[in-house]
Design a protein around this ligand. Structure first.
Ligand SMILES: O=P(O)(O)OC[C@H]1O[C@H](O[C@H]2O[C@H](CO)[C@@H](O)[C@H](O)[C@H]2O)[C@H](O)[C@@H](O)[C@@H]1O
Ligand SMILES: O=c1ccn([C@@H]2O[C@H](COP(=O)(O)OP(=O)(O)O)[C@@H](O)[C@H]2O)c(=O)[nH]1
Ligand SMILES: [Mg+2]
Length: 738
């Protein structure tokens, strides 16, 4: 295996140019960068991303130095102009996708100009990746700023292994579908082989969107996209447990004397207001984090339980983030005012209820905060994961401390022993704060023991390894697929056989094979090109062409009226030899239809978009146009009902492509085709796309060249991707003997 290429919008480092023209490098803030950094440091990877500074803000004479600084950390910079930053980063990423995916629909803006920039910058990232990509490298793309990147890379390098991880929630399909560019975004993600989410719910929402919007079928957690299988799964991101643990231990052994303002505050807290408990709040200043409500809740707590005045303090760190976006500016103002109001209302000579810092803190200070606080209060209204919650628990070396955590954070799914709250339930929050402050130490220890055990085991290293292992496994599922792609090389061999043959017979399915599906089956008539193509094939010497379909004979007969090919209708009930009339090939009865039809009708009534197709000897219930989820549920239900009803009547229920068909058991395409083989052929070919064609693939003689259209489970020997490829293949057959 080659190297791993990590790509995220932001690199784990931030470049700044100081006033006296010096290059400054600081670590980036935010869960993705802090979490993934350990994985990057340990392994053999390069990390491609943005340095956090606009191209124009780097003076020409410092460019080399910046490049060198970035390189030191095995990173590769993608430079963004200030216009790109405005439209791609502040614009589409943070004014469209971020609010939409966090269910802030009222904050979500849709600007075509931003979308154009988003596409263009994703393309820029793709170029940066492809430039450094070897065939055996593995690509791991991260997060919502780069949703199109997997597909863009795939287009340039079709065979490469690509993983994608989404660090933020994936919203319900009902919310996602409001996005004007929803199809493109989903297709972008589906360029990956494996798509990871923090929780099963996000994954479920994503798959549902793929099913509803792209109308692709979901098979447990995989989707067929052309000839590729794309898998999705959930991998809750962990933290570098050891690093936090060690830092906390070191801190305890030797408290640092560094004179930072936070240190001074903590010292004051420790020595002067000894009996005051400390509640900690840390986040980027973001409206998804529920910071304003948290402050309000704290104010309400002091009101509802006045005995806690002077006994508790909220220490709040809000890290500046996305400051160019208006909602972030407004929120900053709101928080400033709220803090002022509450401090103004409750403060005494010796006590300020809220200590508020608006800046980012170096790692050591974070550890100070974590280890000094009795309670961590984390109340986002939505949060992909929230690593702060995990970091707080990890640093509690004596296992005391209480975590209050919103159920809307991905982390809440794992941290069951925390006090879980609904961030919109004020009474619950304030009562939980009280509960936390009063929780006996033994109980704190009991809970934290369990929490720490999990965080230690499922740490960030394990998370990344798990993801990479699953990504690697997707290669096996490619191999497990039995049918072989009909490549140019294999085709050459096939054409030789075709040309050498004395007598040929070709069985061609119609819908989904020669003609693409449309919502209404009656509208899927052959286009003039197709008629011409099949006529030419039928006119070839020593070549018997059989269109073998489940359709009724009237439709097929009309569509292929004067075309010199043989037709088989209703899976084999009827046969129309070239230039002859239809013949009934089986002696069948259809009296059962009167009892089955009403059952189908009740399903039509209850499942909008579905309808019944009547043939002479069979009935079909079509559900292509139904809501896909409901369609599948009803199809399973109906299939069970029918199987029960028709047992012992010589009938069977056939599952086609979005259709259930009830017909005589003795009839199938395999049997019908075999009947034509009384004559001798030295080239037998069969092609089809759905379950009903599997009878052809299994029942025709071994030497038959069997081809499946689309990459679904099949007994066929070969597969091609789609109708266009089928037509191209037939065209090649035709030109061989011209
Ligand atoms: O790059 P910024 O615009 O400055 O934003 C910082 C990062 O914020 C987001 O973090 C998310 O990832 C965390 C780890 O998986 C997760 O715990 C958290 O819930 C998410 O919000 C964002 O996803 C990153 O891309 C940003 O870099
Ligand atoms: O001054 C700070 C405050 C926070 N963090 C880190 O920023 C990350 C925040 O990640 P989280 O998943 O909680 O939220 P996000 O910001 O990614 O939405 C955590 O690893 C913190 O340790 C930091 O590096 N400096
Ligand atoms: Mg078909």
């Amino acid at each position: 295996m080659g190297k791993t290429i990590i790509i995220s919008n932001r690199l784990p480092l931030q470049i700044n140019i100081s006033e006296n023209n010096k290059v400054e490098v600081t670590p980036s803030v935010g869960g993705l960068a802090t979490g993934l950094k350990s994985f990057h440091q340990e392994g053999d990877s390069i990390w491609i991303g943005w340095t956090g500074i606009a191209e124009e803000d780097i003076p020409a004479e410092l460019e080399d130095e910046v490049e060198a600084e970035v390189k030191k950390q095995r990173c590769v910079p993608v430079s963004l102009t200030s216009e790109e930053i405005e439209k791609f980063y502040y614009g589409f990423s943070n004014r469209t996708i971020w609010p939409l995916f966090h269910y802030f629909m009222e904050y979500t803006e849709f600007h075509n100009e931003h979308w154009e920039a988003y596409k263009q910058v994703n393309e820029k990232y793709a170029e940066a990746v492809v430039e450094r990509l070897n065939d055996d490298d593995v690509v791991w793309v991260h997060d919502y700023q780069l949703l199109l990147l997997p597909d863009y890379i795939r287009r340039k390098k079709p065979k490469v292994t690509i993983g994608f991880f989404n660090h933020i929630p994936f919203p319900s399909s009902e919310v996602f579908r409001t996005l004007p560019w929803r199809e493109e975004v989903l297709k972008g993600m589906l360029g990956a082989d494996l798509i990871g989410f923090h929780t099963y719910d996000y994954e479920r929402h994503f798959l549902r969107s793929v099913n509803r919007i792209l109308r692709l079928d979901i098979n447990f957690n995989s989707v067929n996209v052309g000839n590729r299988v794309v898998r999705s799964d959930s991998f809750p991101m962990g933290i570098d447990y050891k690093k936090f643990r060690k830092a906390a231990k070191d801190h305890k052994a030797q408290p640092r004397s560094e004179n930072s303002d936070i240190q001074k505050k903590l010292d004051y807290h420790k020595y002067v207001t000894r009996n005051t408990k400390l509640i900690l709040s840390i986040d980027r200043l973001d409206y998804t984090k529920g910071i304003a409500n948290r402050i309000r809740a704290f104010g309400y707590f002091l009101e509802k339980y006045p005995e806690y005045q002077e006994k508790v303090r909220l220490i709040m760190l809000a890290v500046p983030s996305r400051t160019n976006v208006p909602q972030y500016q407004l929120l900053k103002k709101e928080i400033d005012e709220l803090v002022g109001r509450i401090n103004g209302k409750f403060a005494t000579i010796n006590w300020t209820p809220i200590w508020y810092f608006y800046r980012s803190m170096p790692f050591d200070n974070l550890i100070d905060l974590y280890t000094s606080s009795n309670v961590a209060l984390i109340t986002p209204t939505r949060d992909g994961m929230n690593l702060v919650a995990k970091e707080y628990i990890a640093t509690r070396t004596d296992q005391t401390g209480v975590l209050i955590l919103s159920e809307m954070a991905g982390a809440a799914h794992e941290l069951n022993e925390a006090l879980i709250i609904n961030p919109n339930n004020f009474e619950q929050i304030v009562d939980t704060i009280k509960l936390a402050l009063e929780m006996p130490e033994e109980e704190q220890i009991r809970r934290n023991k369990l929490l720490q055990k999990r965080l230690k085991r499922y740490n960030v290293e394990k998370w990344a390894k798990d993801f990479m292992k699953s990504l690697d496994n997707t290669k096996d599922s490619k191999k497990a697929f039995k049918a072989i792609e009909l490549t140019e090389n294999i085709k050459k061999d096939l054409f030789d056989k075709y040309s050498a043959a004395q007598r040929r017979i070709l069985f061609l399915d119609y819908d989904g094979t020669l003609r693409k599906f449309v919502d209404k089956p009656e509208e899927a008539m052959p286009d003039p090109d197709l008629i011409q193509l099949i006529s030419r094939l039928g006119e070839q010497k020593n070549t018997r062409v059989v269109l073998i379909s489940g359709r009724d004979k009237e439709t097929l007969g009309t569509w292929w009226k004067n075309v010199p090919v043989e037709l088989i209708a209703e899976h084999g009930v009827w046969n129309r030899p070239v230039r002859e009339e239809w013949q009934l090939t089986e002696n069948l009865n259809n009296s059962w239809m009167t009892s089955v039809r009403p059952v189908l009708e009740t399903y039509v009534d209850r499942t909008p978009g579905t309808f019944i197709e009547e043939k002479n000897y069979s009935l079909a219930w079509h559900y292509r146009k139904a809501n896909p989820e409901l369609g599948d549920v009803r199809a399973n239900e109906l299939s069970a009902v029918l199987k029960d009803m028709i047992s012992n009547h010589g009938l069977s229920v056939l599952q086609g492509n979005k259709v259930l068909e009830i017909k005589n058991s003795g009839v199938n395409k395999g049997k019908a085709a075999n009947k034509l083989l009384v004559e001798k052929y030295d080239f037998i070919f069969a092609i089809g796309d759905d379950w009903t064609d599997e009878f052809l693939f299994t029942e025709l003689p071994d030497q038959t060249v069997t081809v499946k259209v689309g990459m679904n489970k099949t007994e066929a020997k070969y597969f091609v991707d789609n109708v266009d490829e089928v037509r191209e293949l037939i065209d090649q057959f035709v030109s061989l003997t011209r």
